[in-house]
Design a binder for this molecule. Structure first.
Ligand code: HEM
Length: 445
């Protein structure tokens, strides 16, 4: 496994290769730990939906701290105590509900316009740019503004302290995931100090934001109806909710909600570049349904059926969060094998959705699989890019609105020509991303 990783392979590709070779369940020993990987439908159902198995402490505990500093701590993504998580999750659900997010459509629109304006300045110059990098900055700015009324401005100036700190921390995550012992290795200590300062800055800025919004609410000042307001109200109503945990959640929303959506859009543009026939259909749908309209409504987004199909197909082949881990709560059976209590079990939306038995011709990019009138129906436990069961992605609707608004605006204004140097392989840090960075030249329509 480590050899595969060192040769540039990714974890989910490794799982897929092995289940194709050995069958739907396999066991692997990582240091002193035993891990079970499975793509078996019944096992996915048991692990993610029915069994209330907690997230794996060995895996998610490692993500809580970076180089000795509390980063996402026990935020919503990394909390492994099911009861503690469940209470907090139910408090947050309302803030991520479609009805709540619909009111934020104007902010989704205006923040996406910044990317369009930036791309206009490079369009038709023949310069090749990394759309993965631009989209990563755009999603950071969008989540900052939409969720927390924060002007991060990374698209305009990446050297600002907040975006600089966020990207430093993401690099730190990458280092930790790829080098199991990096935190104990003197070679990484200088980087660790830098990462520590970046974390302090991010957590302090989260605390300042929360305090400021709480103050505004107490003074009856007008506030945006965003996720930060929801958090500040929660803090006021529930004094027992520790401030550090709210800060954990604040940084978690940035971490979980930023590169995931950027990567989805990068893969999407790559696949459009490789399939001009699909791109033509998509341009036609957008021209017909939205035209050159500048502010896109939620209702209009829902009418874009082909866009939705293309997004689903992109998520099938390239789910940005490609593996999830549970510790078995009790002894369970997987494909007839007894799996003891406390075993780490991994399931992968990437591996499951690339199996011939779940999707015929699985490596073909074919949005028609998801046409609502198609006879083919994906198996529930074979397609779960936002996970499934109680720990499903809370930001799913947020991500879908965001990706659709940004992509509609991009396709209204530009065509994207993939550069011949584009590498179609996969890369992995905390999320699955295009190895080549979605290198494109941008042409005004
Ligand atoms: C295309 C975009 C996205 C994809 C594919 C995605 C996928 C996922 C997946 C698979 C999980 C489960 C992770 C696990 O079990 O380890 C998850 C959890 C989560 N996601 Fe997303 N996500 C996306 C965007 C977002 C956004 C935009 C936000 C926030 C604004 C967000 C916030 C979260 C949070 C907080 C969790 C933990 C939920 C919990 O355990 O209660 N995600 N996401």
């Amino acid at each position: 496994m480590m050899r595969h990783y060192k040769n540039g392979g990714t974890y989910p590709e490794f799982i897929l290769k092995w289940v194709e070779e050995y069958g739907p369940v396999l066991v692997c020993h990582v240091m002193h730990k035993t891990m079970v990987f499975t793509v078996d439908q019944e096992a996915v159902k048991e692990l993610l939906v029915n069994g209330n198995h907690p997230k794996s402490e060995f895996v998610y505990g490692r993500l809580s701290n970076l180089f000795g500093n509390r980063f996402v701590g026990k935020g919503l993504l990394t909390e492994t105590d099911h009861a503690v998580w469940s209470e907090r999750r139910s408090l947050y659900n309302a803030a991520f509900h479609r009805g709540y997010l619909m009111h934020l459509m104007p902010v989704f629109n205006t923040t996406s316009d910044v990317l369009v304006e930036k791309l206009k300045s490079v369009a038709d110059t023949g310069n090749v740019i990394s759309m993965a990098s631009e989209l990563s900055k755009a999603t950071l700015d969008i989540i900052g503004k939409v969720a927390f009324d924060l002007d991060i401005n990374s698209l305009r100036d990446l050297k600002q302290p907040f975006p600089k700190a966020m990207f430093t921390v993401l690099t730190g995550f990458d280092t930790k995931v790829k080098n199991l012992f990096s935190e104990y290795n003197p070679k990484f200590w200088a980087a660790g100090l830098e990462i520590g300062s970046a974390i302090k800055l991010l957590r302090q800025s989260a605390k300042d934001s929360l305090d400021h919004r709480t103050e505004m609410l107490r003074n009856d000042e007008p506030v945006p109806n965003d996720i930060l307001t929801h958090m500040a109200k929660m803090a006021d109503m529930m004094p027992a909710l520790h401030k550090e945990k709210l800060i954990d959640d604040y940084v978690t929303f940035f971490l979980a909600g930023h590169d995931t959506t950027a990567n989805l859009m990068s893969f999407f543009l790559i696949e459009l570049g490789r399939h001009p026939d699909i791109a033509d259909k998509l341009y036609a749908e957008i021209d017909d349904m939205v035209g050159k309209k500048e502010s896109i409504t939620y209702t209009e987004l829902n009418q874009l059926e082909y866009l939705n199909m293309c997004l689903k197909e992109t998520l099938r082949l390239y789910p940005p969060a490609a593996v999830t881990f549970r510790d078995t709560r009790d002894e369970i059976k997987i494909c007839g094998y007894d799996i003891p209590k406390g075993t780490i079990c991994a399931v992968s939306p990437f591996a499951s959705a690339r199996l011939e038995e779940n999707f015929p011709d699985p490596l073909d990019f074919n949005p028609e699989r998801f046409r609502p009138t198609a006879q083919f129906r994906p198996k529930i436990y074979g397609y779960f890019p936002f996970s499934i069961g109680p720990r499903t992605c809370i930001g799913q609707t947020f991500a879908q609105i965001e990706a659709k608004v940004v992509l509609v605006k991009l396709l209204q204004n530009f065509t994207f020509q993939l550069d011949s140097s584009q590498n179609f392989g996969l890369a992995e840090s905390t999320t699955l991303k295009p190895r080549g960075g979605a290198m494109c030249s941008v042409i005004l329509r």
